[in-house]
Design a protein around this ligand. Structure first.
Ligand SMILES: Nc1ncnc2c1ncn2[C@@H]1O[C@H](COP(=O)(O)OP(=O)(O)OP(=O)(O)O)[C@@H](O)[C@H]1O
Ligand SMILES: [Mg+2]
Length: 363
């Protein structure tokens, strides 16, 4: 029987130690190590099929890894069944029981744990209050909107006061506006409860907004982990730069090497960029420039000259696609919506000072 505990949960510290999981010949997860601090909101981010769900299911105990360990507070839980891991889980499809009321859906985990009836009522009421569903106890899932069903799923995960919350694309079935609203509510709840959270998404904006730390996965491997700002400002490679925030990639060559900086010639443009490690003159590199780090001017002044292919008017801002003479297409974001741009127009582009990054180019 559980004892009555305080509002804040006993958040756990999670460590994934060189996890590998194969399905036949493909490694869904390969050599993945990651630490998630107590109370931290950590997001697994990556394209479809990169191993996010598999990793989450390993942490939950629903999938056994071929190799590696899962540690909660330093204790090896790799072989523990899910019900002994003190977890709350929310999946993409909510997985509510259609024949059970909201109350019974939320109460389920407590009843299973043989919590006394009076406390079940109190805690279900508390959980429903947290997600803004007081008064809906008697409804069935079919009588709820998508957002409300999602809230029930969240209440059901939280009611057992888990030390770890696992969320797999929990808002992907919701429309854009509701997604943003639920996202804000989740962020508030997570902060209030101080619960360690491992969140899965392929939506970069969601990852940036919610996370203390983001782990970017590619083909089952961890590419880079860091704060949203670290990843956005200093992506480790072209994959991270492009996946998180988007990047225009220009093939270039190092022409001068300074202490912490290189000068790169990319087409007509000569651009300085910070660099660590090797980069000798003559070395082929990618010059990576984010769409919002290109300054556009009508006319042909700038580092690069191009022709407008298309513009997107978004009301508060304007973005454009520009083709360089060699055919390279560049995305430009964050333009003043009153900029008089039309397809076919000649424009000049300048790379904002200090904003370009270079990555090795092997071809
Ligand atoms: N039970 C399974 N049997 C065989 N292959 C699987 C199984 N589960 C996952 N895979 C494969 O493992 C890889 C990783 O799958 P996973 O579901 O972890 O990806 P994901 O990052 O969650 O993708 P998505 O964003 O599409 O949900 C994929 O290639 C997938 O086809
Ligand atoms: Mg998935």
């Amino acid at each position: 029987m559980e004892t009555v505990s305080t509002e804040r949960v006993l958040a756990v510290e999670v460590e994934l130690d060189r996890l590998t999981k194969r399905f036949g010949a493909t490694a869904a997860v390969y050599g993945l190590s990651l630490s998630v601090g107590r109370g931290e909101f950590c997001t697994l981010l990556g394209p479809s099929g990169c191993g996010k769900t598999t990793t989450l299911r390993i942490v939950a105990g629903l999938v056994e890894p071929d190799d590696g360990r899962v540690l909660f507070d330093g204790k090896d839980v790799t072989r523990l069944p899910p019900w002994d891991r003190n977890l709350g889980m929310v999946f993409q499809n909510y997985a509510l029981w259609p024949h059970m009321t909201v109350f019974d859906n939320v109460a389920f985990g407590l009843v299973e744990r043989r919590v006394p009836k009076a406390e079940v009522r109190r805690r279900v009421a508390e959980a429903l209050d947290k997600v803004g569903l007081t008064g809906m106890e008697g409804r069935f899932p079919s009588q709820l909107s998508g957002g409300q069903q999602q809230r029930v799923a969240l209440a059901r995960a939280l009611v057992v006061r888990p030390g770890l919350l696992l969320l797999d694309e929990p808002f992907s079935n919701l429309d854009a506006k509701l997604r943003v609203q639920m996202r804000a509510e989740l962020a508030r709840l997570q902060r209030d409860l101080g619960i360690t959270t491992l969140y899965v998404t392929h939506d970069q904006e969601e990852a940036l907004v919610l996370s203390d730390r983001i782990a970017v996965l590619d083909s089952g491997r961890l590419v880079q982990a860091g704060t949203p700002r670290e990843l956005y400002e200093n992506p480790r490679d072209v994959f991270v730069a492009d996946f998180l925030g988007g990047a225009n990639l220009l093939p270039g060559m190092v022409v001068r090497r300074g202490a912490a900086e290189v000068e790169v010639q990319a087409g007509e443009a000569r651009v300085a960029a910070p660099v660590e490690g090797e980069a000798a003159p003559g070395q082929p590199v990618w010059l990576s420039v984010r769409p919002e780090h290109l300054e556009l001017s009508v006319g042909d002044a700038g580092d690069l000259r191009g022709t407008v292919l298309a513009t997107d008017y978004l009301g508060w801002t304007l973005q454009a696609e520009v083709a360089l003479a060699d055919g390279t297409r560049l995305q430009v974001r964050g333009l003043d919506p009153s900029t008089p741009l039309r397809p076919g127009q000649t424009v000049g582009l300048r790379v904002r000072s200090g904003r370009a990054r270079v990555f090795p180019r092997r071809n």
